[in-house]
Design a protein around this ligand. Structure first.
Ligand code: ADP
Ligand code: MG
Length: 389
């Protein structure tokens, strides 16, 4: 998805206020009635119609008048809210070129005021699954898009919490910088996804390092669940960094064994095919079995992991995890109108914009002083755009 941050610089304070009002309204409305948006935003100069039109024009909102006149946030609108929060917090000051398109995310370079380049991952749950089902199922047409926003927020929170915990336990993962809404900021990995690599100097060593990682994860009570050549980065010195954790599970999960085996098999398969590695029986044995005894994996399963304790400390609770699993499972059957956070039964009248959250807006210096030195071969326009004041 194209993320043109230029407009963010020109978004008026009222524009931001109305966007925030829509987000707040979405806590208990799939489509937020226009009248409610105006009430929450309570602009000094009356109704918010004009501002809504401008936001709509820039695709930050989606208009829906099928049941009543109302709006919901688009991913772009949600992006703006997250990016603005990050900028206000001083996490970064400029957004650069897109460096990755994942299955359900977009990754961009961002730069801090002092020019340090970081990576920003915007989660976009539902992008693939939604497209796949949309064409077939008409009843999904009015279904809550906020589900996807909410799920993306949980995915970001989970990834952030895992990243922090993994770094603390010495795993080679990017360092977690900050998290807001569906957005995670982390250190930039200087390398390429393994899938792009055609040749290695020490393929066996790299293979062993990678396999060692899956096993060490399991010893810590975790299974990656998407451990493959797309989620392993490698640099010129053949140093490995593992990325992409929203789908990780505990070894106590009922299908843990199957996921672990799948992760391991993926690595074997890739190295066999891409680098022509051959593995004799013994080498396979040392991973999967224990000298004719029970599979070693069951021993691994007995190790108590750090999952629960550390992750809760990082802000991703078991309730969040349960929510995520429940929502993903029931999503396809969800009836319109039964919104997620609406369970808290919030009163519309009580929803108010917190003035403090708007305070910094006037002084927001987005895409400003940072010397975004990184030049892009793929999109020279984007870095030019960044330098413009
Ligand atoms: P998804 O969950 O959508 O698969 P990933 O986290 O795997 O997303 O990221 C998609 C791509 O973005 C990766 O294959 C990689 O090329 C790039 N990427 C992700 N994180 C970083 C990072 N910290 N530094 C550099 N590139 C990254
Ligand atoms: Mg990935």
């Amino acid at each position: 998805m194209k993320l043109d941050v230029e407009y963010l610089r020109h978004l008026s304070k009222d524009g931001f206020r109305v966007l925030t009002a829509v987000e707040m309204g979405m806590r208990n409305h799939e489509i937020v009635p226009s009248e409610l948006i105006s009430r929450i935003a309570s602009l000094k100069h009356g109704g918010s119609g004009k501002v809504l039109n401008t936001l709509l024009e820039h695709k930050l909102l989606h208009h829906d008048s099928s049941k009543y006149d109302g709006y919901r946030l688009t991913y772009l609108g949600y992006d703006f809210l997250a990016i603005k929060t990050m900028v206000n917090r001083g996490v970064f000051a400029a957004v650069g070129r897109q460096i990755g398109v994942g299955k359900e995310s977009d990754i961009f370079e961002v730069a801090t005021e002092d020019g340090t380049v970081l990576a920003m991952k915007l989660h976009r749950l539902g992008r693939t699954s939604f497209r796949a089902v949309k064409s077939k199922r008409d009843y999904l047409r009015h279904r809550s898009s906020f589900n996807w926003l909410y799920l993306s927020r949980l995915a970001a929170l989970k990834e952030f919490a895992f990243m922090k915990a993994l770094v603390e336990h010495g795993f080679p993962v990017p360092s977690a910088v900050d998290c807001n809404r569906h957005c995670v900021v982390m250190s930039l990995v200087h390398g390429y996804p393994l899938v792009q690599v055609k040749q290695l100097q020490n393929p066996y060593m790299v293979f062993e390092t990678i396999l060692g990682l899956v096993i060490r994860l399991a010893e810590h009570g975790l299974i990656h669940c998407d451990f493959n050549e797309f989620n392993i980065m490698i640099d010129d010195d053949e140093k490995i960094t593992m990325i992409d954790f929203p789908q990780m599970i505990s070894v106590s999960h009922q299908n843990a064994r199957m996921y672990f085996d799948r992760d391991v098999e993926c690595i074997y398969k890739f190295f066999r095919k891409r680098f022509n590695l051959s593995f004799d029986e013994n080498e396979v044995d040392c991973v999967d079995t224990n000298e004719g005894g029970p599979p070693q994996f069951y021993n691994i399963m007995n190790v108590s992991g750090f999952l629960d304790k550390d992750l809760e400390a990082s802000g991703f609770t078991r309730k969040d995890q349960n929510d995520m699993e429940k929502l993903i499972n029931r999503d396809a059957e969800k009836k319109p109108g039964s919104d997620l956070e609406g369970t808290e039964d919030e009163d519309d009248a009580g929803v108010e914009i917190n003035e403090a959250s708007l305070e910094d807006f006037d002084s927001l210096s987005f895409v400003s002083k940072a010397e975004f030195e990184h030049s892009s071969e793929e999109d020279p326009q984007s870095s030019k755009r960044l330098r413009r004041q």
